[in-house]
Design a protein around this ligand. Structure first.
Ligand code: AHM
Ligand code: MG
Length: 335
């Protein structure tokens, strides 16, 4: 007998013992996890599975789609459309929402995802991942689901998580009861609980930002990074280290594991865009995970989870991670 707690058991206990999730949400999360296993398998095959390279198409944001972006999107849709737990889905890789076909029963949840985050890292064998967010269909929205039903602030999420495909495949989840991490046991074919009640230290000496954009940043971000770079002799009185993986999942995973601050701020390259990252299926789920682990997440001015979205593919400036650092960067924006 092993003492291992599988994801299934964890979810059953969240439903039965903690009373945190209804049965339909438990099923939904099991299905998302199963889809992530499928994506992990495809990612692992790489060139052997013929899944590397571009697909020759663009998504709604005008980004070139990789074959694996499309494969991961299809795996998530096919896994989730027939189970009866969902009303509709939305994805970084689809222009508009995807309604559950009429031939299947309709559930009360809405699922949003970035099927494969960190696309620029796919072909170079660096960690990538799937990010997901679950909302409830608003009360009284009737039978049909519309895009406006998705436009809920991140604080309304009922579950959020990501699966990082790195040296290990790790699923990280919150249902509002702290953050739990599950490592994929490939021999058993199941996710096993490997960390519970994840906590991000409030202080850190590590920041993550794409430094090549420095000349485009706004003053508060320049000031913060400049102070970090001055190290021991500067106003912070300590040396900082830098990491930038260019896969938000991998950067956030490091921060949940050992602390740090991650920033993809607004910059002057495209002043009309609030940022690069997408609010509803990147920033919101990551912000909730980080807050559930004792960290903080803002757009420089306000809590990301309080932002009322106006568009499905809306972008946002993101500062998240160790609480004292996020508070500091935010205070520089507000002063
Ligand atoms: P993607 O969803 O198309 O992969 O884009 C999001 C990614 C994030 O994972 C990462 O933090 C960022 O883009 C990296 O951007 P850059 O290449 O500008 O450093
Ligand atoms: Mg992404």
């Amino acid at each position: 007998m092993s003492n291992h707690i599988s994801l299934s058991r964890y979810l059953v206990e969240e439903q039965r013992v903690a009373g945190k999730i209804p049965a339909q949400l438990r099923l939904l999360l099991e299905v998302v996890a199963r889809a992530c296993k499928g994506i992990s398998h495809a990612v692992n095959k790489g060139a052997l599975g013929g899944v590397l390279g571009t697909a020759g198409s663009e998504n709604v944001q005008g980004e070139v789609q990789k074959k694996l972006d499309i494969i991961a999107n299809e795996v998530l849709i096919e896994a989730n459309e027939w189970g009866g737990h969902l009303a509709a889905m939305a994805s970084e890789e689809m222009d508009s929402i995807y309604l559950v076909p009429n031939r299947y029963p309709q559930g009360e949840y809405l699922l949003l995802f970035d099927p494969l985050d960190g696309s620029s890292n796919i072909d170079v064998n660096v960690s990538i991942g799937t990010i997901f967010s679950v909302l409830k269909k608003p009360e009284g929205s009737g039978g049909g689901v519309q895009e406006s039903d998705f436009l809920q602030a991140g604080a309304q999420q009922v579950a959020a998580g990501y699966c990082v495909y790195g040296p290990q495949t790790t699923l990280v989840l919150t249902v509002g009861d702290g953050v739990a991490m599950f490592t994929l046991d490939r021999e058993q074919g199941s996710f096993v609980l490997t960390q519970e009640k994840v906590q991000i230290p409030a202080d850190t000496k590590e920041f993550a930002i794409n430094m090549s954009n420095m000349r485009h940043w706004d003053e508060p971000v320049k000031r913060y990074i400049d102070e970090c770079l001055q190290g021991k002799d500067g106003p912070r009185g300590k040396d900082f280290n830098m990491r930038w993986i260019a896969s938000m999942v991998a950067d956030v995973h490091r921060i949940l594991t050992r602390g740090g601050v991650f920033m993809y701020p607004w910059d002057k390259r495209e002043p009309n865009k609030p940022g690069k990252l997408r609010l509803m299926y990147e920033a919101n789920p990551m912000s909730w995970l980080v807050e559930q682990a004792g960290g903080a997440a803002t757009n420089g001015k306000e809590r990301i989870l309080n932002i009322q979205p106006t568009q499905l593919h809306e972008r946002v400036s993101v500062i998240l991670g160790s609480k004292n650092e996020v508070d500091r960067v935010t205070s520089y924006h507000l002063s």
